[in-house]
Design a protein around this ligand. Structure first.
Ligand code: FE2
Length: 351
C-alpha cells in the first residue's frame, strides 16, 4: 500500500559460451600473410582461395581458428565464440538485442565458410563478436608430426582486447558467465587488467587498458616451451627478427611461456604455452599488484612501449572502423621495473 514497485524487465538468459573459437583478421597482402602464419608459424591451411585463408592448429577438429581475408586496411573483422547448442545462438540474439547492441543474424552459408547459423553483434565494449554453434568438422592432425613446422601451432587459445574501461569489460564478461582467473590491480584495487575464461584454462579473453576498442593480440597455443624458443630462432635465422616484438619470456600472470610477434600487417600474435587448469567450481581469482614487476614478465624484463600502445583497429558489422576512446588507466605509466621505467625495490637493490 502506497509502495510503488518499479517494473524491472529481467535480462534474457545469456548464451552458454564454450570457448574462444576463431578470429577473422583483415590483411592487405595474402601471400605475405601466408608466409608469416603458415610458413613461419606452422598453421595448417584448411581452405584457401584468392580472397582468404582458413587456418587451424593441429589439435583442432573444427574447420578453422583463424581466417585471414584480404581488405584495404589491417583490422579485426570479428572474434567468434562457440556456444553449446543451436538454441544458444538464439539466446545470443535475444541477449544482445536486450542490451541495445547492433545485432545481425548470419544464416548458414552466408557468413564465414565452414560456420553454420550465427549471430554477429557489436558488443557493449564496441567489439564485433560472432556467436555460433555449428562448424564443419576437420581431419584429426594431432599425431601428424610430419606436418609440423615453425611454432607447431596446436590451437587458438585466447583473444586479448584493448578497452578504455576495464571494469566495464569485466562486468560484461561476468554477466556472460565467464570466470576470472587473474587480475592486475592498483593499491586501491582499481582494475588495470583481467583474464577471464569459459574453457578450463587461464583465459578465453583478457583486457589490456588503453584506447579502445582495439584488438591487442590473438594468443595461439604451442605444445611446449621449446617451440616458443625455436620460433624466435627461425625468425632470427631468416633475418626476419623485426617481426619479434617481445620475449621469449615467462609471464607472471598465467605462468605461460610466451613470444609476441607482429605479422606483415602489424597484427600481434602471442605464441603461448604452459598455463594451468581453472575448472574447479571454487577456483579463486589470483590478484597481482600493478607495482609487482613480475606480473607481465616473471623475470622482470621490460615491456616495450609499442606493446602497450599499438593495437589493431576493429570494424563494425558493415566493415567500417569503430571509433576509439582513450583509456582511463594507463598501466604503462605505472612506475615499476617491468616497464623499464624506474623504481627498483630497495631489497632488490641491495643484492
Ligand atoms: Fe595473451
Amino acid at each position: 500500500m502506497g509502495v510503488t514497485q518499479m517494473e524491472v524487465t529481467p535480462m534474457p538468459t545469456p548464451p552458454d559460451v564454450v570457448r574462444s573459437a576463431y578470429a577473422q583478421l583483415v590483411v592487405t597482402d595474402l601471400p605475405r600473410a601466408r608466409w608469416f602464419w603458415v610458413d613461419m608459424l606452422g598453421f595448417h591451411v584448411q581452405y584457401e582461395d584468392e580472397r582468404a585463408l582458413y587456418l587451424r592448429g593441429t589439435d583442432e577438429l573444427t574447420h578453422h581458428s583463424l581466417v585471414l581475408r584480404v581488405g584495404e586496411a589491417p583490422a579485426l573483422d570479428h572474434i567468434a565464440y562457440r556456444v553449446r547448442t543451436p538454441e544458444d545462438v538464439d539466446r545470443a540474439e535475444e541477449y544482445f538485442t536486450a542490451l541495445g547492441c547492433p545485432v545481425r543474424r548470419v544464416p548458414a552459408g552466408t557468413g564465414t565458410r565452414g560456420v553454420g547459423d550465427a549471430v554477429r553483434v557489436v558488443d557493449p565494449l564496441g567489439f564485433p563478436v560472432e556467436f555460433f554453434h555449428a562448424i564443419d568438422r576437420a581431419e584429426r592432425l594431432i599425431q601428424r608430426y610430419d606436418l609440423r613446422r615453425g611454432a607447431e601451432v596446436a590451437r587458438m587459445d585466447h583473444f586479448n582486447i584493448v578497452v578504455p574501461d576495464i571494469p566495464a569489460a569485466y562486468e560484461h564478461y561476468r554477466a556472460l558467465g565467464f570466470g576470472c582467473s587473474e587480475t592486475i590491480e592498483g593499491d586501491e584495487h582499481e582494475l588495470y587488467a583481467a583474464w577471464m575464461f569459459r574453457k578450463q584454462t587461464v583465459h578465453d579473453v583478457a583486457f589490456t587498458s588503453g584506447a579502445g576498442p582495439r584488438m591487442h593480440h590473438v594468443g595461439v597455443f604451442a605444445p611446449e616451451a621449446h617451440q616458443v624458443l625455436r620460433t624466435a630462432d627461425i625468425f632470427g635465422s631468416l633475418r626476419a627478427e623485426h617481426h619479434i616484438e617481445r620475449g621469449p619470456g615467462r609471464h607472471g600472470v598465467s605462468n605461460a611461456f610466451y613470444l609476441y610477434l607482429r605479422d606483415p600487417d602489424g597484427h600481434r600474435v602471442e605464441i603461448y604455452t604452459s598455463d594451468y587448469y581453472t575448472g574447479d567450481p571454487d577456483h579463486e581469482t589470483y590478484r597481482w599488484n600493478v607495482h609487482d614487476d613480475r606480473r607481465r614478465d616473471f623475470w622482470g624484463n621490460a615491456v616495450i612501449e609499442s606493446w602497450y600502445k599499438e593495437a589493431t583497429p576493429v570494424l563494425d558489422l558493415d566493415g567500417r572502423p569503430q571509433p576509439v576512446v582513450s583509456g582511463a588507466l594507463d598501466e604503462s605509466a605505472v612506475q615499476v621495473g617491468a616497464d623499464g621505467l624506474g623504481i627498483i625495490p630497495a631489497q632488490a637493490a641491495e643484492h
